[in-house]
Design a protein around this ligand. Structure first.
Ligand code: ADP
Ligand code: MG
Length: 243
């Protein structure tokens, strides 16, 4: 069986700047991989290459046996199966919470209005916000908005979820509620790649932790091993600062 995500010798340049310098990574279906590392090390760029929000300069990425870096691939079709959640929630302010969640499936004509609404309400229930269906995003706290953003991504029924520092913009008291939703998603078997500074989450939920520095995967290990016994001096230095 091949892995669900296979990244092979991925390089990314922005002009003269080489941000990813040969990333090799395989992620099995249902695995949760947390990506940690200093600011500017290429974590977001790596994540964005997985759904081609960034075009890789070199190397290839296969998702569900489709080589998504093939220029002939219908990338919009691929993206439907890959949900992404950002640090900023980016909800549409003029739409209700429910309408935000219904929007993509409706635009793509994947569901009828009734089906989309039913799914939205089901997802809101799942993220603990059933009573907020008709509220506007601005009436919600940051943690609630991020939970809506997760529900919105799930409305496309993705096979893979990418999270780019989903709790970094939140007040500390709201971090837990978002991590709890992500934890439940992981328990349900979602394949997840999570860029995070939440080492507790990585420790509890990740199957593997990846430490990136300067565009390279410096170290990769199960969380217990990575946190208790890091081997690379750069990992040791980084963990000293964040643990
Ligand atoms: P991280 O998420 O680990 O903080 P990023 O992947 O965002 O790192 O960025 C890695 C490097 O690439 C940084 O030096 C950043 O300034 C640069 N970079 C990211 N996106 C762009 C872009 N669109 N154009 C030019 N440089 C970029
Ligand atoms: Mg980043």
């Amino acid at each position: 069986m091949t892995s669900q995500i296979v990244i092979n010798n991925l390089h990314k340049h922005f002009g003269a700047l080489e941000v990813l310098k040969g990333i090799n990574l395989e992620i099995e279906k249902g695995q949760v991989v947390c990506v940690i590392g200093p600011s500017g090390s290429g974590k977001s760029t790596l994540l964005r290459c997985i759904n081609r929000l960034e075009e890789p300069t070199h190397g290839d990425i296969t998702v569900d046996d489709i080589m998504i870096t093939d220029p002939k691939v219908d990338i919009n079709k691929v993206r439907r199966h890959i949900g992404m959640v950002f640090q900023q929630f980016n909800l549409f302010p003029h739409l209700s919470v429910k309408e935000n969640i219904m929007m993509a499936p409706l635009e793509l004509k994947l569901k009828t209005k009734k089906e989309a609404e039913q799914k939205a309400l089901e997802l809101l229930e799942r993220v603990g916000l059933a009573e907020k269906a008709d509220a506007r995003p601005r009436q919600l706290s940051g943690g609630q908005q991020q939970r809506v953003a997760i529900a919105r991504a799930l409305a496309m029924e993705p096979d893979i979820m990418l999270f780019d520092e989903p709790t970094s913009a939140l007040d500390p008291e709201m971090v837990g509620e978002v991590l709890a939703v992500m934890k439940e998603l992981a328990a349900m078997g979602m394949t997840m790649v999570v860029v995070t500074h939440e080492m507790g989450f990585a420790r509890d939920v990740a199957d593997r932790v990846i430490f990136m520095d300067e565009g390279i995967i410096m170290e990769e290990a199960p969380p217990a091993e990575m946190f208790a016994n890091p081997k690379n001096p750069r990992t040791i230095e980084f963990l000293k600062k964040v643990l």
